[in-house]
Design a protein around this ligand. Sequence first.
Ligand SMILES: N[C@@H](CCC(=O)N[C@@H](CS)C(=O)NCC(=O)O)C(=O)O
Length: 277
Amino acid sequence: MPDQVRHDGRVHFLTARRDVVPPFPTAFGVLFMLHRNFQEQPVTDLSAFPITQKWPAKNPDIIQLYSLPTPNGVKVSIALEELGLAYEPHRVDFGGNEQKSPEFVSLNPNGRIPALIDPHGPDGRPIGLFESGAILWYLAEKTGKLVPSDPAQKYETLCWVMFQMGGVGPMFGQFGHFYKFAADKVANNSYPMERYRDEAKRLLGVLEGRLQDRQWIMGETYTVADIALFPWVRGADIFYGGRDVLGYGDFPAVMGWLERCTARPASQKGIDVPAKE
Ligand SMILES: N[C@@H](CCC(=O)N[C@@H](CS)C(=O)NCC(=O)O)C(=O)O
C-alpha cells in the first residue's frame, strides 16, 4: 500500500511506520498505531547477501543459519535454541559440495559450515558471520546470555571457547579423519592416527581436570564454552566410533558433564538441525 500523507494538521502516515501518529491520542489510537506498525513494518532486505539467492529466506526478519548437524554446525543451532531466538535453518549439502559454491563462499570465504546472517545486527543492520566460535560469542554478546556478566569470568569463558576452537575441534577432527574416514590410506602407517588419538586423549584429560568439581565448564553457569565443547566429545563417539580407542571410561567427570549437556531440551532440539528434507 502506498504511503499516505495528509496535511490536515493531525494525521501523518510516514514512510517509517514506527513514526505513524494516530489521529486521536486515546487508548484506541494507541491500539490503532500498534496494529498498523505490526502489520506494515518493512521486511528486511537481505539481497546484499548472494547466499540468499541459493538458499532463499522465507522470513528475512529472522536469523538465517547455513549449516549441517556436524559438531561445529550444531553448536550454533543449540545456542540459538538455548537463547530462544527465532531462526531459519538452511541445509548445506556436502554431497553436492555446496559449502564450496560461490554463493556460500560469499558469506564464508573458508567454505565451511556453519555461517549465519543476523538481519538485526549491530546498529540494527544485517551482519554475516562465520566460524562457529565467533558466532557463539556474537550471540552471547547480543543477548547477554550464555556468558557470565562478571568480566573476569567472561574472559575465562572465552579461554575455554578458544581451547575448543584451537585444540579440541582440530585435533578430534584429525583423529576422526585418520581413525575412520582415511583409515585405508594409512593402513601401513599408524603414526598419524596415534598422534591425534593421543592428543585427543590429552585434551580429554584437560577437560576431566576442569570438570572435577564443576557442573559446567564455568561452574554454576551454563555457557557457550559448554556448547562449543560437548558436541565434539559426543561427535568423536557418534561419528567416529572413538569411544573405546579414546578411553572414554577413563574420564568420568567428562562423561557426566556430556550427559548433562546432551539432556538439556535445547540440545535435544538443536542437535539435528537442519533436519533432512
Ligand atoms: N573452525 C571452523 C571449522 C568449520 C568446519 O570445519 N566445518 C566442517 C563441518 S564440521 C565443514 O564445513 N567441512 C566441509 C569442508 O571442509 O568442505 C568453525 O568452527 O566454524
